[in-house]
Design a protein around this ligand. Structure first.
Ligand SMILES: NC(=O)C1=CN([C@@H]2O[C@H](COP(=O)(O)OP(=O)(O)OC[C@H]3O[C@@H](n4cnc5c(N)ncnc54)[C@H](O)[C@@H]3O)[C@@H](O)[C@H]2O)C=CC1
Ligand SMILES: O=C([O-])CC(=O)C(=O)O
Length: 267
């Protein structure tokens, strides 16, 4: 039985727990959310056959086999770093947090000290295997374009640049490096950071973000060129009803990572 703890109880975490509920080989024993989110989390989890306990932090004595972050950038330093130091294996989806200088090194050091490992999940994007393999031969150019409907950019710096609800044509709301994108759009540019960390790095990866009234999906486009050759990838992700910023593939990416931990043969 794989014993799992989950950080966050929002759109991704709730769907993940629904997907795992009732499995004989995996148990989600605890969920970690901030103090002001405890009641809402307990209410959201009440419908599960086996509702996990809700806490504000991993208990000192808790030794889950896997700690799963699906909460947001702040959760990495707050919960993932100490868990790694304590020897608990972690997987994370808020990859954009690693745009903060030094955080990737701190995660690696904490995992090394704890004799464990932290895995950055592919989340809403595919092709990370090809990009990371291509990097070993040398990459010349990686360009990422993220395109979402205007309402998915509400609450971001895009809302200061234009009236999102009145857009009639595709509008570029950001152009720059993956590091800048991930820092400025913590809920919308984790994919930019994932592509950068797998490929050319946070400075050299070129990012464009677009608010497009002509799409209903979250559209991710990657173009990569290097010694291996080149590839182009377009993903049209269905947004989660509970959070239009987040593509449903992110949920399946987390589920895959957890199920693989419990499996003897993985793909
Ligand atoms: N890698 C990828 O492709 C993607 C990554 N993400 C990341 O996943 C995060 C979560 O996404 P959703 O579930 O859609 O968001 P959401 O807003 O629906 O849920 C976030 C949950 O995390 C909790 N939370 C926030 N800060 C926390 C902290 N410091 N400690 C513990 N709990 C905390 C909130 O109370 C809430 O329950 C996003 O903020 C984003 O950073 C989202 C989409 C794609
Ligand atoms: O779920 C998505 O489509 C991607 C996303 O929000 C992100 O990159 O942060």
């Amino acid at each position: 039985m794989l014993n799992v703890a989950i950080i966050g109880c929002g759109a991704i975490a709730q769907s993940v727990m629904q997907g795992l509920d009732g499995r004989a080989d995996i148990a989600v024993a605890s969920v970690i959310v901030p103090a002001d989110g405890q009641t809402a989390a307990r209410e959201a989890l009440a419908a599960l056959a086996h509702p996990p306990a809700v806490h504000t932090a991993l208990a000192q004595a808790a030794r889950p086999d896997l700690l799963v972050e699906c909460a947001g950038h702040g959760a990495i330093a707050e919960h993932v770093l100490p868990a790694l130091e304590a020897g608990i294996a972690c997987v994370v989806v808020s990859i954009g947090a690693l745009s903060e200088p030094g955080l990737a090194e701190r995660l690696a050091d904490a995992a090394a000290r704890g004799h464990t490992r932290v895995e950055l999940l592919s989340g809403a994007i595919g092709g990370i295997d090809a990009l990371a393999a291509g990097r070993l031969g040398g990459l010349d150019e990686v360009v990422y374009t993220g395109r979402k409907p205007p309402h998915a950019w509400q609450g971001t710096p895009a809302a200061e640049r234009c009236v999102l609800a009145e857009l009639t044509e595709a509008t570029e709301i950001f152009a720059g490096s993956a590091r800048e994108a991930a820092a400025a759009f913590p809920k919308n540019a984790n994919v930019a950071a994932t592509i950068a960390l797998a490929g050319l790095g946070l400075e050299a990866t070129t990012v464009r973000l677009i608010a497009d009234p002509g799409v209903t999906d979250n559209v991710h486009h990657v173009r990569a060129r290097g010694a291996f050759g080149e590839f182009e990838l377009t993903m049209r992700g269905k947004p989660l009803a509970s959070n239009p910023k987040t593509s449903s593939l992110t949920v399946y990416s987390v589920l895959r990572a957890i199920v693989n931990r419990a499996a003897a043969l993985v793909i």
